[in-house]
Design a protein around this ligand. Structure first.
Ligand SMILES: [Zn+2]
Length: 352
């Protein structure tokens, strides 16, 4: 029986929007977790939330020889934590995960479970000197302003204010890293694969050191893992003199297959397999330029006695900023590639 291909239409985009509007700064992923549980619970054999907050779902295949395949997408996003109340609704904060402090000044933010609105203020141009305007502002020179009636306590987390929008072929939003992948994994879980045992991990605390994925891999003990994430595109035309050879990925060229990054050398068998599947099915793909950065694969690969891993990412511009940009087609093709590839996994794939 042929496996039904996931259709990505208005309903899936609405789910992506809902996921992007949720706030899930590392260690406080409950809003995202709630959406995930609600979406997948009737499609899996077993689902649990572990002590760290990972959502771990299993769906058994049929047939004698099947691999345990872990699919991973982290639920958390970058943000900050309020660390000192300076009165009048002004708070000092510390960044959680990687945010360039230059991306913070002048941005609307939301804090705490009620999404209390505020702003990271910036000194107006009228009052700055020419010299000041040449320098970027460090994290400790910036403050969150919640207004004088704020009852928010130190220790609360916050992030950029939700701002999802569809613009032509693009989606623009905060936290496309990694809600694009969370939405993709939800779609993959909703389809059945008889050839494998599917172990879906929606993980916590990736942005602060791949922490949730470590215990998720210990729990599942998979034979192989495919990590789904969003990876930066550095593809603006005016950034380089001559040819841009530092693009990392480019928008519109399809899912990015990893070969290696700062924490992982992807299993070459899986890299070749993903490429072969894409070519045969005529799904566009690109090789992410080997280099820095990383995904949950860094933790999963070194769990237990080791796990074969490969990462597949949706390219997007302006990663970890108030608003990133991705192409709907790249996201759809990522889901199509993963779905087609998963349906073709057999134990022979890992034979040496
Ligand atoms: Zn990510």
């Amino acid at each position: 029986m042929p496996i039904e291909t996931p259709t990505i239409g208005a309903a899936q985009i609405r789910l992506l929007e809902k996921l992007c509007k949720a706030v899930g700064v590392s260690g406080g992923e409950s809003e995202v977790r709630k959406i995930v549980l609600n979406e997948i619970k009737s499609h899996v054999d077993e689902v649990r939330v572990d002590a760290m907050g990972n959502v771990l779902a299993t769906k058994k295949g049929r047939g004698a020889k099947r691999l345990r395949v872990m699919l991973d997408a982290h639920m958390d996003e970058v943000g900050f934590m309020l660390v000192a109340d300076e009165g009048e609704g002004i708070y000092r904060f510390k960044i959680i995960g990687g945010i360039d402090p230059r991306n913070l000044a002048g941005k609307p933010v939301v804090i705490g479970k009620d999404h209390t609105p505020g702003v990271i203020g910036a000194k107006p141009i009228h009052l700055t000197t020419a010299d000041e305007r040449k320098k970027s502002l460090a994290e400790d020179a910036l403050r969150v302003d919640l207004g004088p009636e704020s009852k928010i306590k130190v220790g609360e987390r916050g992030t950029f204010a939700p701002n999802f929008q569809r613009v032509g072929p693009s989606v623009m939003s905060k936290s496309l890293d990694n809600r694009l992948a969370v939405a993709a994994l939800i779609e993959l879980v909703k389809h059945s694969y008889s050839n494998i045992d599917l172990c879906a991990a929606f993980t916590v605390q990736e942005e602060i050191g791949l922490r949730g994925a470590k215990v998720a891999a210990q729990y599942f003990k998979p034979d192989l893992a495919i990590v789904i994430d969003a990876t930066p595109s550095n593809d603006l035309p005016m950034q380089f003199e001559g040819e841009n050879t530092f693009y990392n990925t480019k928008l519109g060229l399809g899912p990015a297959i990893y070969v290696s990054n700062s924490s992982t050398i992807d299993d070459p068998r899986l890299v070749r397999f993903m490429q072969a599947v894409a070519e045969k099915a005529q799904i566009p793909y690109q090789i992410r330029q080997p280099g820095g950065g990383g995904t949950d694969a860094g933790s999963i690969q070194r769990a237990g006695i080791g796990v074969s891993v490969v990462s597949i990412s949706v390219p997007h511009r302006y990663t970890h900023s108030a608003m990133s940009v991705s192409r709907v087609e790249d996201w759809k093709n990522t889901i199509a590639l993963l779905h087609t590839a998963i349906g073709q996994i057999t134990p022979a794939l890992l034979r040496r």
